[in-house]
Design a protein around this ligand. Structure first.
Ligand code: ADP
Length: 229
């Protein structure tokens, strides 16, 4: 669950990145967040993962008031959500397996859990056969799936995916959303940030549009193709 009440983010540079945001996302939803570059999408994501706090207003995620979290509680909160960054932030010299295992290790998981969980999430993203490959040997699309597997390692209730603006080909984007829909069907709330309007029109669902820091559109839209059949 994500709940924002009268949220404003004012950067010290003088920019109002978000203006009076009121937003509620229920458990189990799949939401696209769209908007032009500079609209405030990344700022919204940073709020949800408690990388920043709002200048005013309140942000709740999974029942926690993020404004009141301190020190160790912030780290614990971050482990309870999964985030896929635009630039993936993987360890290039580690294998696929080690990248995912690392996320479990820092969360104090037992070796037994790691041995069970890593193959499970790698199979989910269809990267089981590449487990022993170094990340640097993988394509952009594969690296993105490693990042998703890592984000899912600790079985988060909420997955936030910031779509890479780089050179993933369009086919990959469609496959990515297909995979995220599958993950969502298994019960994880998914929030995907994207600038690809065509992709969003194709899949449909709840679409939130940001424009100059404000929500200008928040509705359910039918997709152009019924993907689930
Ligand atoms: P988007 O992700 O939609 O491209 P951002 O959230 O990155 O938008 O940015 C929203 C606005 O805030 C932009 O005008 C951007 O230049 C500004 N901005 C983003 N991050 C910072 C920052 N750390 N300091 C100052 N201004 C920022």
């Amino acid at each position: 669950m994500v709940d924002m009440k009268n949220v404003n983010v004012h950067y010290s540079s003088g920019v109002d990145a978000l203006v009076d945001i009121n937003l509620h996302i229920n458990d189990g939803e799949f939401v696209f967040i769209v908007g032009e570059s500079g609209a405030g999408k990344s700022t919204l994501m940073k709020l949800m993962m408690r990388e920043i706090t709002p200048s005013s207003g309140r942000v709740f995620v999974n029942g926690r008031n993020l404004g009141t979290l301190k020190g160790n509680k912030i780290a614990m909160f971050r482990r309870s959500i999964g985030v896929v960054f635009q630039e993936f932030r993987l360890i290039q010299d580690y294998t696929v397996y080690e990248n995912v295992a690392f996320a479990l290790r820092v969360a104090d998981s037992s070796n037994k859990t790691i041995r069970q969980r890593v193959p499970y999430v790698l199979n989910l993203v269809e990267l089981g056969p590449k487990a022993k490959h170094k990340v640097r040997e993988l394509s952009g699309g594969e690296q993105q799936r490693v990042a998703i597997a890592r984000a899912l390692a600790n079985d988060p209730g909420l997955l936030i995916v910031d779509e890479p603006t780089g050179n993933l080909d369009p086919k990959r984007s469609y496959e990515l959303v297909g995979l995220l829909k599958e993950i969502n069907r298994c019960g994880t709330t998914v929030i995907m940030i994207t600038h690809e309007h065509e992709l969003v029109r194709y899949f449909g669902g709840r679409i939130i549009n940001l424009d100059k820091g404000s929500i200008t559109f928040d509705e359910m839209m039918g997709g152009s193709d019924y993907y689930e059949e």
